[in-house]
Design a protein around this ligand. Structure first.
Ligand SMILES: NC(=O)c1ccc[n+]([C@@H]2O[C@H](COP(=O)([O-])OP(=O)(O)OC[C@H]3O[C@@H](n4cnc5c(N)ncnc54)[C@H](OP(=O)(O)O)[C@@H]3O)[C@@H](O)[C@H]2O)c1
Length: 296
């Protein structure tokens, strides 16, 4: 197993995999729009057959959570029909697929970290379509590993960390939601974890227990407000902005899509089955901030 097809070129996680996969001896074959477009299934089929991969990591998705409320069918095409097609193609080729999913499949009402055995109950169009994508990929290919991640951030792309730093440069005070809990996940850390999972499949072969759903987030839990404070504390040690961060509630910052208030995920199963644990979110944040500084 060497050639890994990575969808969603230019996205946060795909970009992380571009570096993480070669580090473990894989060849990363990145595909993206326009020549790989879920809305044009023939492009997906053509790219797959041209590249002849040994495994697929499906990072491509409709990730605009609020916009999905206005076009659930469009989100469904990317987030459910896309994985269904990739599941079918990988099944026909006899190769595994890693499908990336989200904590937004849960309603956040459990009051404790979620286990994979807890029932999903998405509150948003995005969450519904991503859950449908899990089912579709798993139904199509018995060699499917689903990874549910959360609060992804990277040195590039649209994410909370970069938004905060940009706003912090412009404003002395910011208001950030303090009543939503989750686990920030550095895309480079998740990419390393995916490369490690693939390396294990390469050496041990496919095991039945790989065909399952796993949580895969940065270690530990926080709120958006505390995440912002940590970002600016780190930025300040390198001469970056240090605005005052006011805690507000979700009700103070209404969004079109409803987010789970408490999306904490238990990552124990990933560790037990694959021996893979992502670093604490604070470490991931420092890694991404260091990469940002390096990029200038
Ligand atoms: N970001 C988060 O906070 C978060 C949280 C939990 C789970 N996840 C999941 O993690 C995975 C990776 O997320 P990410 O943050 O890396 O996402 P991202 O940066 O938004 O990248 C998504 C990629 O998917 C591509 N894409 C969108 N619609 C497509 C379509 N119809 N056909 C083909 N490609 C399409 C995008 O291409 P263009 O840029 O050209 O549109 C982009 O390259 C996704 O499955 C996402 O659902 C993300």
């Amino acid at each position: 197993m060497r050639r890994i097809l990575v969808t969603g070129r230019g996205g946060q996680l795909a970009t992380g995999l571009e570096a993480a996969l070669p580090a473990l001896g894989f060849e990363a074959l990145l595909v993206g729009q326009p020549e790989f477009e879920f809305d044009k299934p023939e492009t997906v089929v053509a790219a797959f057959h041209a590249l002849k991969p040994d495994a697929v990591v499906n990072c491509a998705a409709w990730t605009a959570v609020d916009a999905a409320e206005d076009d659930e069918a469009g989100a469904f095409r990317a987030n459910a029909l896309g994985p269904a097609l990739l599941g079918q193609l990988t099944r026909e080729a006899g190769i595994p697929i890693i499908q990336i999913s989200t904590d937004y499949v849960y309603d956040g009402l459990k009051g404790a970290p979620y286990l994979e055995s807890d029932a999903p109950n998405p509150l948003s169009a995005y969450g519904r379509t991503k859950l449908a994508g899990e089912w579709a990929a798993r139904a199509a290919n018995p060699r499917c590993t689903v990874l549910r991640t959360a609060w992804v951030f990277a040195p590039m792309g649209r994410n909370f960390l970069r938004t905060m730093l940009a706003l912090g440069e412009q404003r002395p005070e910011l208001r950030v939601v303090a009543d939503q809990w989750g686990s920030p996940t550095a895309a480079p850390d998740l990419a390393d974890a995916i490369a490690a999972i693939l390396a294990q499949i390469r050496t041990q072969g496919w095991r039945d227990e790989c065909a399952d759903v796993f949580h895969a987030t940065g270690g530990g839990f926080t709120t958006w407000h505390s995440f912002a404070e940590a970002i600016f504390a780190e930025a300040a040690t390198h001469g970056g902005p240090c605005p005052k961060i006011h805690a507000i509630t979700t009700a103070d910052y209404p969004t079109k899509a409803t987010r789970p208030a408490d999306g904490r995920l238990d990552n124990g199963k990933l560790s037990r089955v694959f021996g893979v644990t992502l670093p604490p979110w604070e470490q991931g944040m420092k890694r991404v901030m260091a990469a940002l500084r390096k990029a200038g």
